[in-house]
Design a protein around this ligand. Structure first.
Ligand SMILES: [Cu+2]
Length: 597
């Protein structure tokens, strides 16, 4: 990466060790955030006791003096975005209080585009509420296989209004939930991006990963949450140390367009555990480790739209990172690969994705860097350039991370179901991502986003419709081919279950592990066919019964309609039919049909 080395020169000449100023503000009136260049803090850990984790969480919002809109979760002690730690079988009781205000909507200079449904409070049942606004909220527990019902993991009808009494989420972690990194975030259609971009997200860890893979037993663990946010310095030119890139352009979403060079203005700034790393100089946050210490890093990409391609560099050389789990599931869950570790020197993580890996600290006297390398998001995509995230400094007296994995764990019981990769799918479906311009002749006109079952009429997701686009049956395993007919990268995600990638662009691949979020490569004019992924979808768990969504995890695409509805019916129900009676939500839907097969 010779060109990337050039970009790093900027870092060595920066003075960035100013203390956190905003952190001194009262949590009642702001979302305090650390200053650039400060040490990467650890999120507070909230651990279950005697099989129960009780959490009181309040969501608040705040407009910074520069107009930046923050959304933040506080626990009862004022900690922001605490990490929820539970073991399989534990009960989570989470009371969510909505303290959002509409001050954001009237703030001077606000350009937020609202498509309000109805006035707040019109419908007071939070389990069946059609109010979707910037101040409505709910929670999605990304990756968990818990039922998509109210008070558990429903995002379709659950909407909590400001000032409503605390809303209780209450569910048991399944005994067979794989140990790993999951996360929570709001999922109000049309407003997910604003809330997540504002910082509304946190980690949820299912304990016991050392029971799945003893290579991580006894390692100190570090939770790193990478979020994106609007640019702190949107009008600044790129750093002088960067090569000159083509003229600055804006893509269809109004974000900085992909330059295809690895440089130039990013679409969004990034932060690491809320320490911002702003464009154009990317002053890195700071991580200390003992020299050559092995640690277990659990990284969540909680960005609204930014892809990551993580690397750890010592003296500019990428280091080997030992991947143990992806998207909350250990890589060896197939039961056949022992204490398997996949050694990689860079790790792509789409928005919503997680990667958990072993990293060895730099030798004494060597300073390292955690960076994200550029991601080519396609002609229509955003600019995700090379940039630093944190320095990694070796020091004998470096403080240990707060949490250390058990050193002599009891191994997890073997899986009780056949490995997904060995199950023959009962059917294959094809879906595709596409985009259209309001005015096909005007590249600057508004974009509509679609995720369509092949053969149906493309339509943006309609939250008022209860009509499933797909009806599946619990107990089945299906193959889904997801095509990308647009010129930008998308990230496919489905609630309630994991899947296995079985083919990339039509070529079978051997990746015997699970994911819940995956990139679908972009289309180029030179392609003979649309790029695709083939996914083996696992509907065997009874907790998948219900109605839930699949969508692009670039939240401006999801908010813009790139989402579909699936109903998973009980195994003993009548044969699945795509033409069964709809269950409309609060108003009838007459404008479009899903029955065109
Ligand atoms: Cu997308």
């Amino acid at each position: 990466m010779p060109r990337f080395a050039i970009a790093l020169i900027a870092f060595f000449s920066l003075a960035h060790l100013c203390p956190g100023v905003r952190a001194q503000q009262s949590p009642n009136t702001s979302c305090p955030r650390p200053s650039p260049g400060t040490a990467v803090p650890e999120p507070e850990d909230l651990r279950s006791h005697n099989g129960v984790l009780r959490v009181d969480l309040t969501v608040r919002n705040f407009t910074e003096p520069d107009g930046a809109k923050r959304f933040c979760y506080f626990d009862a002690n004022g900690n922001q975005s605490p990490t929820l730690r539970l073991s399989p079988g534990d009960l989570l009781i989470l009371n969510l209080k909505n303290d959002l205000t509409d001050a954001l909507e009237t703030a001077p200079g606000s350009t937020q585009n609202h498509h309000h449904a109805t006035a707040a409070g019109k419908n007071s049942d939070p389990c069946d509420n059609n109010t979707m606004s910037l101040t409505s909220t709910n929670l999605h527990f990304h990756g968990l296989t818990v039922p998509a019902v109210c008070h558990q993991d429903d995002v379709l009808r659950t909407s909590i209004q400001p000032g409503a009494p605390p809303f209780q989420y209450k569910f048991r972690i399944p005994e067979n939930e794989p140990p790993g990194l999951y996360w929570y975030h709001p999922h109000i259609h049309g407003f997910s991006k604003a809330q997540v971009l504002g910082g509304a997200s946190g980690a949820l860890i299912i304990e016991g990963i050392e029971r799945a893979n003893k290579e991580v037993a006894g390692l100190p663990e570090r939770v790193l949450i990478i979020r994106d946010q609007d640019l702190l310095n949107p009008n600044a030119p790129p750093a002088k140390s960067e090569p000159v890139v083509p003229k600055f352009l804006v893509d269809h979403d109004g974000d900085a367009a992909n330059t295809g060079t690895g440089f130039g203005k990013p679409a969004k700034d990034l932060s690491i555990n809320f320490v911002p790393v702003p464009y154009p100089d990317y002053p890195p946050a700071a991580i200390q480790m003992k020299p050559q210490e092995r640690q277990f890093w659990r990284v969540l990409n909680a960005s609204a739209i930014t892809y990551l391609n993580l690397a750890v560099l010592y003296k500019h050389a990428p280091q080997q990172l030992g991947v143990v789990a992806l998207d909350g599931v250990p890589l060896n869950t197939n039961g056949a690969t022992g204490d398997f570790i996949s050694w990689q020197n860079h790790l792509g993580v789409p928005p919503g994705g997680r990667v958990e890996f072993i990293v060895t600290g730099p030798p004494a006297g060597v300073s390292g860097l955690l960076v994200t390398r550029t991601v080519d998001t396609g002609l229509g995509g955003e600019n995700d350039p090379n940039r630093m995230l944190a320095t990694i400094t070796a020091a004998q007296d470096a403080p240990e991370p707060r949490s250390i994995l058990a050193s002599s764990p009891l191994p997890l019981p073997p899986p009780t179901q056949p490995w997904l990769g060995n199950v023959t799918p009962v059917r294959t479906r094809k879906l595709y991502f596409s985009e259209t311009l309001l005015d096909p002749n005007d590249p600057n006109s508004a974009t509509t986003f679609y995720l369509t079952v092949d053969g149906q009429t493309p339509k943006p997701f309609d939250p008022a419709s209860g009509i499933p686009d797909i009806i599946a049956k619990q107990g089945d395993v299906e193959d889904w081919i997801i095509e990308n007919r647009s010129t930008e990268l998308h990230a496919f995600h489905i609630h309630q279950l994991h899947f296995m990638l079985v083919a990339w662009d039509g070529v079978a691949i051997n990746e015997p592990f699970l994911r819940d979020t995956i990139n679908v490569p972009f289309h180029s004019a030179a392609d003979l066919q649309y790029p695709s992924v083939r996914l083996r979808m696992d509907f065997r768990d009874p907790n998948t019964i219900g109605t839930f969504v699949y969508h692009c995890h670039l939240l401006e695409h999801e908010d813009g309609g790139m989402m579909g509805l699936i109903r998973v019916e009980p195994a003993d129900s009548a044969p699945a039919s795509e033409k069964s009676t709809p269950s409309p939500r609060t108003r009838s839907v007459t404008s479009h049909s899903t029955t065109e097969n």
